[in-house]
Design a protein around this ligand. Structure first.
Ligand code: NAD
Length: 356
């Protein structure tokens, strides 16, 4: 198979982890006889520094011309500490999602047995948990009208959803549920919010097309509680942008570390595959970032955008093998991990490539 992949490392540890992600894609191409070509483009703080724009037109053109995008992260402390900055790295991310029509963010929460102890939740509660989140990505308070009024002393944001936005992500989530455990939980706050009442109505209507799927509706507060209480009861979850943002970070603790979780953003055109973690400036340049989320993002890319299931599973098996061999990056190590098994980013990449 011939494919063109755009690497968009972004800021902070984005560069370090996507380097390993790309090495893994290269090894897969070699092993399975595919031809992957690559290009690279700027986004976020590095793009602002180079061009003044967090998503330069050149990047967008390259994104549209590629078959899939392996993404790092955006963000820089300079902006985190200056809420008044008008041009910000995350504007690049939001604009990319809008421009590419990436309305569904998929986050698989799958626990590697070797990491059961790395989670702050008891292993007997966690074992076997396997959840697939569908977070809506182009609506909600992130894109609704917002304003400062009353001389800047009052502010509001608008939570807004249209029927078609809920319908299209609900369908994607139901389709996925049909290939998994046939259970779907829709999360909203319909006891308080009008946009959530619309959300629930639409999900109920779409559910009629999928009589085999067992559907439940949970308020977000209760869903947050159940996720920790009994994660094994979850199969597919579909929710809006804000609730999904919060719940998926909570769920990341089920997997033990942010450094282990990948996500896919899909929609009308090119799919974007990225770790759920940010640019982690506290560890940037130290060579200690866990590259496995980027590696697992590459696995998702092969599966979802190219339909290469066997190749994708080969990557997941290699991650499993590396963990079984006892290797850890610092974020997933514990007090019992021998010092010689704690690896930096590149060494972890090298162990992984050996097993591919
Ligand atoms: P973060 O995910 O960057 O880091 C949170 C903590 O987890 C840090 O202590 C970090 O060292 C650790 N961590 C994250 N990824 C790791 C990895 N691969 N290996 C080892 N440790 C890892 O979140 P934050 O500190 O809240 O945000 C930092 C910046 O990233 C901010 O500017 C924020 O806006 C941005 N951000 C971007 C994205 C994105 O690009 N999708 C997502 C979240 C945050």
């Amino acid at each position: 198979m011939k494919k063109h992949i755009l690497i968009v490392p972004g800021d902070g540890i984005g560069q370090e982890v996507t380097t390993v992600g790309k090495q893994v894609l290269d090894r897969i191409a070699e092993k399975f006889g595919h031809e992957f070509t690559y290009d690279e483009a700027l986004i976020g703080h590095v793009a602002i520094e180079a061009t003044g724009d967090p998503l330069p037109e050149e990047t967008l053109t390259k994104m549209r011309a590629s078959d899939a995008i392996l993404f790092g992260a955006v963000g820089h402390p300079k902006y985190d500490n200056d809420p008044s900055a008008k041009v910000r790295p995350e504007q690049g991310l939001l604009k990319m999602r809008k421009e590419l029509g990436l309305y569904a963010n998929l986050r698989p929460i799958k626990l590697f047995d070797e990491l059961l102890e790395a989670s702050s939740i008891k292993p007997e509660i966690l074992r076997g948990a396997d959840i697939l989140f569908f977070r809506e990505l182009t609506g909600d308070v992130y894109f609704g009208k917002r304003e400062r009024i009353d001389d800047g002393n009052t502010a509001y944001d608008t939570m807004i959803y249209s029927k078609y936005e809920v319908e299209r992500i609900a369908r994607k989530a139901f389709d996925a549920a049909m290939t998994r455990g046939k259970k779907l939980m829709s999360v909203d706050k319909a006891n308080v919010l009008e946009s959530s009442r619309l959300w629930r109505e639409v999900v109920q209507a779409v559910a009629k097309e999928y009589p085999e799927v067992e559907v439940s509706h949970q308020f977000v507060d209760s869903a947050a509680m159940l996720l920790i209480k009994n994660p094994r009861n979850f199969d597919v979850v579909v929710t809006g942008n804000l609730f999904g943002d919060i719940l998926t970070d909570e769920a990341s603790q089920i997997a033990g570390s942010m450094g282990m979780l990948a996500s896919a953003s899909i929609g009308d055109s090119t799919g974007v595959y990225e770790p759920i973690h940010g640019s982690a400036h506290d560890i940037t340049g130290k060579g200690v970032a866990n590259p496995l989320a980027s590696v697992l993002s590459a696995a998702l890319l092969l599966d979802i955008s190219f339909g290469l299931k066997e190749e994708s599973e080969a990557i997941i098996a290699a991650v499993d093998a590396v963990l079984k061999a006892g290797f850890r990056t610092r974020d997933i190590a514990n007090s019992e991990t021998p010092a010689d098994k704690i690896l930096g980013t590149d060494a972890m990449g090298a162990e992984l490539l050996k097993r591919l």
